[in-house]
Design a protein around this ligand. Structure first.
Ligand code: E4P
Length: 214
């Protein structure tokens, strides 16, 4: 499972790129707003930091303007993926962009049927939202698993990005679904490295090393 960062904060991304664990990045208008900067400012910086795909979202809701926005976004860098909402106009835009060889990430996916439509329209990626489904009492990780299994069953090449990941349990569960990508927010990524037994074990090793010097 590849790790993408689910943030638009350039400093945070740079920190985890140094760990060697970040392949791609996903952003959305809410994440961009949190930075206090504009999409035009942050996306080129993010695209220069990571080798893999960087999803930048359109804000138009009609096909024609989504395609126009997409054309502008892909000029920024070769690793830009255009994030398109899972609505009918979005599917039309995905179809046009796919024919032009432009990669898309269909976002706000909450059902298997939405995922199938996005894939058949030509999406490179689909992003089912785990946390937001859990918020309404559904099982987001189960949806990811179902989409991954169905895509495998039918030989669909669209990759699944597990999105709206909120905690370590989500990461652990998604790892067992065969999902090829999880996009993880900074706080969850930070907590993935931590284990009290690692700290305790390291303290013991260092203390024993000091003793062995005497
Ligand atoms: C990523 O593609 C999504 O925009 C993001 O994971 C949504 O996460 P949230 O539900 O925590 O806002």
């Amino acid at each position: 499972m590849k790790i993408f960062m689910d943030t638009a904060n350039v400093e945070e991304i740079a920190r985890f790129v140094d760990w060697g664990v970040v392949y791609g990045v996903t952003t959305n208008p809410s994440l961009i707003a949190k930075t206090g900067r504009t999409q035009a400012e942050v996306i080129p910086e993010i695209a220069a930091l990571v080798e893999g795909p960087v999803s930048a979202e359109v804000i138009s809701t009609d096909c024609e303007n989504m395609v126009k926005e997409a054309h502008e976004l892909v000029k920024i860098a070769s690793n830009i993926v255009v994030k398109i909402p899972c609505i009918a106009e979005g599917l039309k835009a995905v179809k046009i962009l796919a024919a032009e060889g432009i990669k898309t990430n269909v976002t706000l996916v909450f059902s298997m049927s939405q995922a199938l439509l996005a894939a058949r329209a030509g999406a490179t990626y689909v992003s089912p939202f785990i946390g937001r489904l859990d918020d309404i009492g559904e099982d987001g990780c189960q949806l990811v698993k179902n989409i991954v299994n169905a895509f495998e069953l039918y030989g669909i090449e669209t990759e699944v990005i597990a999105a709206s990941v909120r905690n370590l349990e989500h990461v652990d569960k998604v790892m067992l679904t065969g999902c090829s990508i999880a996009t993880i927010p900074t706080k969850v990524l930070e907590s993935m490295i931590l284990h009290p037994l690692t700290d305790k074990g390291l303290a013991t090793f260092l203390a024993d090393f000091e003793k062995s010097k005497k």
